[in-house]
Design a protein around this ligand. Structure first.
Ligand code: UD1
Length: 359
């Protein structure tokens, strides 16, 4: 039996890290990296730290408009799939590589499995919302991380088979957090003490490519009364430079703008922070799992359970007083296991093997 995984961007790699070791134990597993992310910090650092084997194929698609990226990935993935002829193609999350990988597979007649199925923000301005909706409707196996995700799939009457398995990010965090604690020297490097700093990550198109919104966010960040560590995605750094906002941030000695971090450094940095400000789906979950209250710079989230838990607050258009928002965050002690029990990957691989065996 042969399974192909198609990945291309940072969040895809984290999810692949949960599945890969279990899958390659039981069957032949071929990894296609589309090349959507190619910088060391966004790609190699994650493969290296999460011990993911080198991809069998690197398609080198790179950056571009959505149409360009999707088209190039579909074309070159199809060539590989026709050569490899897998029994199943697995795609992860909601990036352009996820959609293009699923389309290439479905159109060439291969079965598709979607990990992280059923999430909905109901905001069609997010490219990821379009991606995951389409992928869910052309997949055969759908692995949902949360109860609300599986309910969304039922409501939409998807044709594939949906399974509630939990969130694979829990599996990955549980596996690596102790090693991160032991080996990462990120706090010393940045001269940080636990609980005394805030971590901020911002990269979503809606926040970064709209100059008014970006400048509101920067004003909000400047209200924070603790040290702020800001690992900046290349897209964000470019936009900050373009708009002259980078200089404004750099003038503040208590704001540290750094390159994106590898997985181990990042989870250690997160774990010891006082609060997190982010617009990332992955980071808000990691913050919850590590017990750090989190402000999410979005109008809506597909992780509704996190907001209901009181650990995550959505900060809509009014960014100005981010410091106040951070102080208002006062979650209950309890963190119910809304993201699952850390055995999502095991469940997924069992279903995959069982289903492929009876084909
Ligand atoms: C993608 C995903 C998003 C995910 C994010 C994580 C889509 C539609 N979006 O967004 O869901 O949360 O990854 O990082 O797939 N760039 C580099 N080096 C790289 C990659 C990108 O400099 O290695 C720059 C390029 O200028 C590029 C821009 O970042 O145009 C955006 O990259 P892209 O892959 O298109 O989307 P992300 O914003 O990274």
């Amino acid at each position: 039996m042969k399974v192909v995984s198609v990945v291309g961007a940072r969040p895809n790699f984290v999810k692949l890290a949960a599945i890969e070791p279990l899958l390659s134990k039981s069957l032949s597993h071929v990894i296609i990296h589309t090349g959507q992310h190619y910088d060391y910090e966004l790609y190699k650092a994650h493969f290296k730290q999460l011990k993911i084997p080198e991809p069998h194929y690197f398609l080198g698609v790179g950056s571009g408009t959505h149409g360009y990226q999707l088209g190039e990935i579909v074309k070159s993935t199809e060539v590989v799939l026709l050569k490899e002829r897998p029994d199943l193609v697995i795609v992860y999350g909601d990036t352009n590589s996820t959609l293009a990988g699923a389309l290439a597979a479905a159109k060439a007649g291969f079965k598709v499995a979607h990990i992280e199925a059923g999430l909905r923000s109901f905001n069609m301005n997010m490219p990821e919302e379009i991606n995951r909706r389409v992928v869910d409707h052309i997949s055969w196996l759908l692995f949902a991380p949360t109860k609300s995700a599986i309910e969304n799939l039922k409501r939409e009457n998807v044709l594939g088979e949906a399974y509630l398995v939990g969130d694979v990010h829990v599996d990955v965090l549980n596996k690596w957090i102790n090693k991160a604690e032991r080996t990462s020297d990120i706090l010393d490097k940045l001269r940080l003490k636990g609980e005394e700093y805030v971590v901020a990550t911002i990269h979503r198109v809606e926040n970064v490519e709209n100059p008014k919104r970006l400048s509101d966010i920067v004003r909000g960040l400047k209200t924070v009364r603790k040290k702020l560590v800001f690992p900046a995605h290349p897209r964000t750094l470019n936009a900050l430079r373009r708009t002259g906002l980078l200089r404004e941030l750099e003038r503040r000695s208590d704001i540290l703008i750094i390159k994106p971090l590898g997985y181990l450094d990042f989870i250690k940095l997160l774990k010891h922070s006082w609060r997190v400000i982010t617009d990332s789906g992955g980071v808000q979950r990691e913050a919850y799992l590590l017990g750090v209250p989190c402000a999410v710079l979005r109008d809506r989230t597909e992780w509704v359970e996190l907001v209901e838990s009181g650990w995550v607050i959505l900060v809509k258009h009014k960014m100005i007083e981010l410091n106040k928002v951070l102080n208002l965050l006062n979650p209950p002690k309890r963190r119910p296991p809304i993201l699952g029990d850390g055995r999502a990957a095991k469940r997924i691989v069992k279903v995959v093997i069982d289903k492929l065996n009876v084909l």
